[in-house]
Design a protein around this ligand. Structure first.
Ligand code: SF4
Ligand code: SF4
Length: 635
C-alpha cells in the first residue's frame, strides 16, 4: 500500500509500523480529506471578508461573482498573491533574524556567534558598496547588517532594495523597475499585497499579479541576503561527503533531529553536541549524540558541516516512528503540527524554540540569540532524559541510506572550476555549454506534496535531464529527495549522465583530486538558498553579455506545495526563467490568470510557468525549452 505514497524505501518500511500502531501519518490525513474541494483547488473561493465565503461556479451556471462583485479572475489573482506575500514574509523574516543577529555580533553581543567567513563578509561589503579597508571585522559586520536591514525599512520608494538591484543583471533590474515591480522595502511589498487585496481594493487581475511579482522580488531579496549573511556567520558551504535517509539514525546514540529552516539554533546545537558528547556517553549511549537533519534546517547543517539528512518534508513524521529519536528540535516553517501527537506516542521530545512557532504536545525551549548556548544545552539535557525512556522493543530503524556529496555553494562551484582555469573559472563551463557537452542547466527546488508520489518526479526528472546532458543543481526538499535516492554521488554520474555531461563532470572532478566525476546533482543548500544558483547564472549571463532569459536555464519544482514555493517560482519567472511545476497551481478557475502565468508574462520577463504533472513529459518540455534557448544564442 505504501508504494502508492512514496518511492522512498525507508518510508515504505515504516508506514506499516504506523498502521500497526494506529498512528495517523500525513498520507492517512490526505486520504481523509478526499475529495478535496474543487473550488479551492481552482482558486475560486474567497474568504477575504465576512460577507463571504463566496465562490464562483466554474461551469458558468451558478454565481459568477462574489457578493462584493469580485469575479473569478479577481478572486484567483488575490488568493495567489496573498500566498506570495506569506512566502515572502517567511523567507524575509528568516533573513531579518540572521541580519539582526549579525548586528549584535558586530556590536560585540551574541557571544555564541562569530564571523566564520571573513572573506565572504568582505565580498558582501564590496557588493553593497561598503568600504572595508581599515575597518575591524566587528565594525564591518555591523555595517553590513545595518545596510541589509535598510532593505526592510527604507521609505523612499524610488530607491530599490539593494540586495535585489545589486545581485541581478543590470538589464534585469532595469526591466523590473520599468514594470514597477522592483521593491524598495521588503516589508512594504508584503504589506502592499495585503492592503491591495483587502475587500474593495485592487480588482484588475493583471495589476494584482504585478503586485504579486513585486512581492516575489521582495522574497528574492530576503532570501538572497539571508543566504549570504548566513555564509558569513556560519561559513560558506564547501563540498563534503555525508549520508541521507533514515538509516543515519543510530541505535547506539542519542539521536536529535534539527528541523525547520533557520540555522541560528541548529548551528549552536551541533557545536554543543560535539562539546558535550560525554554527557550522552555517561547516559549509556556509546555513540554519543547523533545530530541528523530534517527539511531545510537539515540542509543548512548538511551543506555546511556534513550533518547527515534523515529525511525531507513529507516524511518528517518518520524519524519519530523509528522509535530511536530522542528529540526533534524545530524552529520555523514546514513543521507539521502532527508531530506533537506522534511524539507523544513515543519517548521523543518535540522541542519548539521560537515564540512564533509553538505546537501542542511540544516542550518549548525559548531560543534567543543572547541565550543560544544555554538553549542548546537544555535541548541536549532533554534528549538525554528522553533516552532513558527509549523502549528498545520499539526501535525500528530502516537500514536505508545513501552517500551524498553536498555543499556546492556558488563559491564552491567556481572554486572547482578554477582548477581547470585559475584565471577565468567560468570559461570552461561556458566552453562546454557552447560545444554542447552541457546542453543547459536545471535548478530543482521546492517541496514534497501528497498530491504526488513522494520524490518520484525529482528522481525521474533528474535522470531524464542528465541523460540529455543537462547540468543539475538542487536545493530544499528537492535536494533532500535527490540525496536520499543516491543521485548526489559519483556513481550516479557514471550511471545516468549523458556522455557530454559525464566528460565535463569527470574533468572537473579529476582536476579537484576526486578520482572521478562530480556528483550528478550539485546540492546548493536549503530552499532559502536558491539564490546561490542565481549568482552562478548571473555570472554566466554577464560573461556572455546577455540577460538571464536568454540562457539555456530552467527551474523545476515538481512537488511544489508551500506559499514560499509560490513566491520562489514567481521570482524565478520574474528573473526570466521558464519554471516547471509538477503540481497543479490553484489558479485554473481564472483563464486570465492562467494565461498570464503560463504565456503572457513571457512578453514582460521572458520567464513563464510550465505546468506538467507527468515527469516524462516534463523532461521533454524542459529539454525543448533548453533547445529553444540554445537556438536563440545560435548554439
Ligand atoms: S471580498 Fe467579496 S468575494 Fe470575497 S468574501 Fe467578501 S464579498 Fe465575497
Ligand atoms: S523545500 Fe518546501 S517543504 Fe522543504 S522545507 Fe523548504 S519550503 Fe518546506
Amino acid at each position: 500500500m505504501s508504494l502508492r505514497f512514496s518511492i522512498d524505501e525507508a518510508v515504505q518500511k515504516l508506514l506499516p509500523v504506523a498502521e500497526k500502531d494506529k498512528i495517523q501519518t500525513v498520507w492517512d490525513r490526505h486520504k481523509d480529506q478526499q475529495p478535496q474541494c474543487g473550488f479551492g483547488k481552482m482558486g475560486i473561493c474567497c474568504r477575504i471578508c465576512w460577507k463571504g465565503p463566496c465562490r464562483v461556479d466554474p461551469f458558468g451556471k451558478g454565481a459568477q461573482r462574489g457578493i462584493c462583485g469580485a469575479d473569478a479572475h479577481t478572486i484567483v489573482a488575490r488568493n495567489l498573491i496573498r500566498g506570495i506575500a506569506a512566502g515572502a514574509a517567511s523567507h524575509s523574516d528568516h533573513g531579518r533574524h540572521i541580519a539582526l543577529t549579525m548586528r549584535e555580533v558586530g556590536k560585540g553581543n551574541a557571544s555564541a556567534y562569530t564571523i566564520k567567513d571573513e572573506e565572504k563578509l568582505k565580498r558582501i561589503a564590496q557588493r553593497l558598496g561598503i568600504d572595508w579597508e581599515g575597518k575591524s571585522i566587528r565594525e564591518l559586520t555591523k555595517e553590513v547588517a545595518d545596510a541589509s536591514l535598510e532593505d526592510y525599512s527604507r521609505q523612499d520608494s524610488k530607491i530599490p532594495c539593494r540586495w535585489a538591484e545589486l545581485t541581478m543583471t543590470q538589464e534585469r533590474a532595469a526591466k523590473l523597475k520599468q514594470w514597477d515591480v522592483m521593491p524598495h522595502n521588503i516589508d512594504a511589498a508584503v504589506a502592499e499585497i495585503m492592503s491591495r487585496t483587502h475587500v474593495g481594493c485592487d480588482a484588475d487581475p493583471v495589476n494584482i499579479l504585478l503586485g504579486g511579482v513585486k512581492g516575489a522580488v521582495a522574497d528574492y531579496t530576503g532570501m538572497y541576503l539571508s543566504t549570504e549573511l548566513s555564509d558569513a556567520l556560519f561559513g560558506t558551504p564547501a563540498p563534503t561527503v555525508t549520508e541521507a535517509n533514515l538509516g543515519v539514525i543510530k541505535e547506539d546514540a542519542i539521536n536529535i533531529a534539527v528541523h525547520g529552516h533557520n540555522p541560528l539554533l541548529s548551528e549552536v546545537v551541533c557545536d554543543a553536541a560535539a562539546m558535550l558528547n560525554d554527557l550522552a556517553k555517561q547516559a549509556g549511549a556509546p555513540g554519543g549524540f547523533n545530530i541528523v537533519g530534517v527539511c531545510c534546517t537539515g540542509n543548512e547543517v548538511m551543506v555546511r558541516h556534513g550533518v547527515p539528512l534523515a529525511t525531507n518534508y513529507l516524511s518528517q513524521e518518520m524519524p519519530i516512528l523509528t522509535g530511536a529519536l530522542e528529540a526533534m528540535v524545530v524552529d520555523v516553517q514546514c513543521i507539521m503540527p502532527s508531530l506533537g501527537a506522534i511524539a507523544q506516542c513515543f519517548h521523543t521530545q518535540l522541542i519548539t524554540t521560537m515564540s512564533t512557532t509553538k505546537i501542542p504536545g511540544a516542550t518549548h525551549v525559548q531560543f534567543d540569540k543572547e541565550n543560544a548556548v544555554e538553549s542548546a544545552r537544555k535541548i541536549l539535557e532533554l534528549a538525554v532524559d528522553a533516552y532513558q525512556r527509549r523502549d528498545p522493543k520499539r526501535v525500528n530503524i530502516p537500514q536505508v541510506k545513501e552517500k551524498a556529496i553536498v555543499g556546492f555553494s556558488a563559491e564552491a562551484v567556481i572554486g572547482a572550476l578554477s582548477q581547470l582555469d585559475a584565471h577565468d573559472p567560468l570559461q570552461p563551463l561556458l566552453d562546454n555549454i557552447v560545444n554542447g557537452n552541457i546542453q543547459g542547466i536545471c535548478l530543482f527546488a521546492g517541496c514534497n506534496s501528497t498530491n504526488t508520489l513522494q520524490d518520484r518526479s525529482f528522481v525521474e526528472l533528474a535522470k531524464g535531464l542528465a541523460a540529455h546532458n543537462v547540468l543539475l543543481l538542487a536545493t530544499g526538499c528537492g535536494a533532500g529527495a535527490l540525496a536520499k535516492h543516491g543521485l548526489m554521488t559519483q556513481e550516479a554520474t557514471l550511471a545516468y549522465a549523458g556522455d557530454g555531461l559525464k566528460a565535463v563532470l569527470t574533468a572537473i572532478g579529476q582536476a579537484n583530486g576526486l578520482n572521478g566525476p562530480l556528483p550528478l546533482v550539485l546540492h546548493m543548500g536549503s530552499c532559502v538558498d536558491n539564490t546561490r544558483a542565481v549568482s552562478v547564472a548571473v555570472a554566466i549571463a554577464q560573461k556572455l553579455g546577455v540577460d538571464l532569459d536568454r540562457l539555456p536555464l530552467v527551474a523545476s519544482a515538481p512537488e511544489a506545495m508551500s506559499e514560499k514555493a509560490v513566491a520562489i517560482g514567481t521570482w524565478a519567472v520574474a528573473l526570466g526563467l521558464p519554471t516547471h511545476l509538477g503540481t497543479v497551481p490553484q489558479v485554473l478557475g481564472s483563464q486570465v490568470v492562467t494565461e498570464v502565468l503560463t504565456e503572457k508574462i513571457k512578453d514582460i520577463t521572458g520567464g513563464y510557468f510550465i505546468v506538467e504533472t507527468d515527469p516524462e513529459e516534463a523532461v521533454k518540455k524542459l529539454f525543448a525549452v533548453i533547445q529553444e534557448k540554445r537556438a536563440g544564442l545560435n548554439l
